[in-house]
Design a protein around this ligand. Structure first.
Ligand code: SF4
Ligand code: SF4
Ligand code: SF4
Length: 595
């Protein structure tokens, strides 16, 4: 049992435990100690020294993020010595920092900016010593600006410990430490899987998405272009927090209204193609399970996970569903089905998607994603970029009246909306797989056992008298957990020739897409959980909760695709995979084929 201790912080007696750091115990008791490199969801590195506190009996101030509470500690967090020390650290950081705040993507969300503001620190105290270096633009998803990096180490920690990718590394010593990629070849020539978690954890604007805002504005202003947009499930629960509304509130109606005001010609919804994905993937699962096919089937809708799988588990490529992600399914259908129905020449269509995800930018550029005969998705904006566009256009998001998406590919069910949370794809798939196997709906659509596990693995067995066999499923979020689960699958296969699981859901980001690398900055795991709750609330509020009940999905099969996994569905909605180099992430060879 963890030892109980009593400490005093700023005169307040606090009962806590010996396994807590001072910064954590203080926060839990409403005492704010300034921090910069510290993040509550990461192992502390103690690199910046902003959180120094005085502890009675100790000669030097100590770092509150790495010092554990012990019995009788008497801690002071706010003295002149501490304030001066913090100011000095910030002044030294600013002397070596490109303080171009107005043009910085982190402006208004930057922890360094906030601290300097709170402590009245200016750039004038210490003369600039920054030697400007080039910004790394080698990745299709992420840009890294070394001139803004404060060497806090958070990106290295999240990339290596949570994601187990190790694309980033610290080089140099002491005050000369800096962050770079393996062999210093740039993010685009590293094993980076584009998940963007480093951008979410970076306290400043050193790691951000490669912006496509200007390209989208150009398309919107071009009268010869017909610009069609789709929005992922978890975008609708991340907008409210950016516009002074209740965190996690689903605002699909305001989202559509904002898109119309921005000038998009047609507004569809990725939730529609999430329902379609369930029909395709559920049918694939049943086909494999009933014909002795390769199991477990592993979901394929998270492009960061797909690239991770291609890099570190190419031997399991046969297990990954051949379904494209909902973004790519809808992108293909916009330039085929919609173009045909509307009479718009697909060459004039610009297909834009709004995603919680930086890896979607990479996915849209995969050379094979052109089954429509054109680039299926032209531009991908993150939620953060979408928010910037709304603000740039002066739209009063909070007071927008709710609007609807356009028909044809705008309707969705509750099963689709929960795609945005870890466990949601599995829950949606089980709802429809049960129906496809038994002809009946589950007694209750909810699989609560798979919900709410942040940065972890969850398992369940779905049993029912009407099912021909119990379905064993597992869900992993965060790539370190995916690695653990897939190592287990590999070991089981090596030992017995098969795995205990039928179906596995993997999401690259902790919490699933609600915690995606393109979601608003300043997001802790607890905030990801709040966004997920918003999706579950929307699911229960929607009149339809099963993908197979989506009338527009049924119509597209009747009018165009014929049936799930038909020849045309395979051509347009399915894909294949590569093995990738662990050194630079480049495709080495095709390991599955399209049939
Ligand atoms: S990282 Fe922060 S302090 Fe630096 S330029 Fe950007 S907003 Fe300003
Ligand atoms: S995007 Fe993901 S994989 Fe790439 S460096 Fe950042 S955390 Fe690592
Ligand atoms: S890039 Fe950002 S997260 Fe990484 S070390 Fe620099 S400031 Fe910290």
């Amino acid at each position: 049992m963890t030892k109980q201790v009593t400490v005093t912080i700023d005169g307040k007696e606090i009962n806590t435990t010996a396994d807590k750091t001072i910064v954590k115990a203080a926060k839990e008791n409403g005492i704010h100690i300034p921090t910069l490199c510290y993040h509550p969801d990461l192992k502390p590195t103690g690199s910046c020294g902003i959180c120094v506190v005085e502890i009675e009996g100790r000669r030097q101030p100590e770092r509150a993020c790495t010092t554990m509470c012990s019995e009788g500690m008497n801690i002071t967090t706010n003295t002149k010595i501490l304030r001066d020390a913090r100011k000095m650290i910030l002044e030294m950081i600013l002397a070596d920092h490109d303080t171009d705040c107005p043009a910085c993507m982190a402006n208004g969300k930057c922890e360094l900016q906030d601290l300097c503001d709170n402590m009245s620190v200016t750039t004038r105290a210490i003369p600039k010593k920054l030697k400007m270096q080039p910004v790394d633009m080698t990745s299709p998803s992420i840009q890294r600006d070394p001139n803004k990096c404060i060497a806090c180490g958070r990106c290295v920690e999240v990339c290596s410990t949570i994601q187990t990718v190790d694309a980033l590394t610290e080089s140099g010593r002491g005050s000369k430490v800096f962050v770079t990629t393996a062999f210093d070849e740039g993010m685009g020539n590293s094993p980076c899987v584009n998940c963007g978690q480093c951008t979410v954890f970076c306290p400043v604007g050193a790691l951000t998405e490669i912006s496509e805002i200007d390209l989208v504005w150009d398309a919107l202003l071009d009268p010869t272009k017909h610009v069609v947009v789709q929005e992922a499930p978890s975008v609708r629960v991340a907008l409210a927090e950016e516009f002074g509304m209740e965190k996690g509130l689903a605002t699909p109606g305001k989202m559509y209204a904002a898109l119309r005001r921005l000038g998009f010609d047609r507004i569809f919804d990725t939730n529609f193609s999430a329902d379609l994905t369930i029909m395709e993937e559920g049918s694939e699962l049943i086909h494999r399970a009933t014909t002795g096919g390769v199991l477990p089937l592993i979901t394929s809708c998270s492009p960061g996970w797909v690239k991770f799988g291609e890099t570190f588990f190419p031997d399991l490529a046969d297990h990954v569903s051949t379904c494209k992600s909902p973004q790519q399914m809808l992108g293909t259908l916009i330039k085929t089905y919609y173009a045909e129905k509307s009479g718009v020449d697909p060459k004039d269509i610009v297909s834009v998607s709004i995603m919680p995800c930086t890896a979607k930018k990479f996915e849209a550029r995969r050379p094979e994603m052109n089954d429509s005969g054109y680039r299926d998705v032209d531009y991908v904006l993150t939620t953060r970029e979408f928010v910037r566009m709304i603000k740039e256009a002066g739209i009063d998001f909070k007071n927008l009246p709710d609007e609807k998406p356009d028909s044809l590919m705008g309707d969705y069910t509750g099963a689709a909306t929960i795609f945005g949370a870890t466990g949601g794809v599995m829950e949606a798939a089980v709802r429809s797989a049960f129906f496809l196997l038994t002809g009946e709906n589950l007694p209750s659509p909810e699989l609560k056992v798979l919900r709410g596990v942040m940065n972890g693995i969850q398992e369940a067995t779905v049993e029912h008298e009407k099912l021909p066999f119990p379905i064993k499923v597992a869900v992993a979020n965060g790539l370190g957990n995916a690695r653990k689960l897939l190592d287990k699958v590999r070991a089981q296969k090596a030992e017995t020739g098969k795995s205990e699981y039928h179906f596995i859901e993997i999401m690259a980001c902790p919490g699933g897409c609600v915690g995606g690398g393109g979601q608003p900055f300043g997001c802790e795991f607890v905030d990801r959980g709040i966004r997920a709750e918003g999706l579950y609330t929307e699911d229960t509020d929607l009149p339809l909760r099963y993908s197979h009940d989506n009338p527009m999905v049924n119509k597209i099969y009747e009018d165009y695709l014929e049936k799930p996994n038909s020849k045309l569905a395979h051509k347009l909605l399915h894909t294949y995979y590569f093995e990738r180099s662990k050194t630079d992430g480049k495709a080495v060879k095709e390991v599955t084929h399209k049939h």
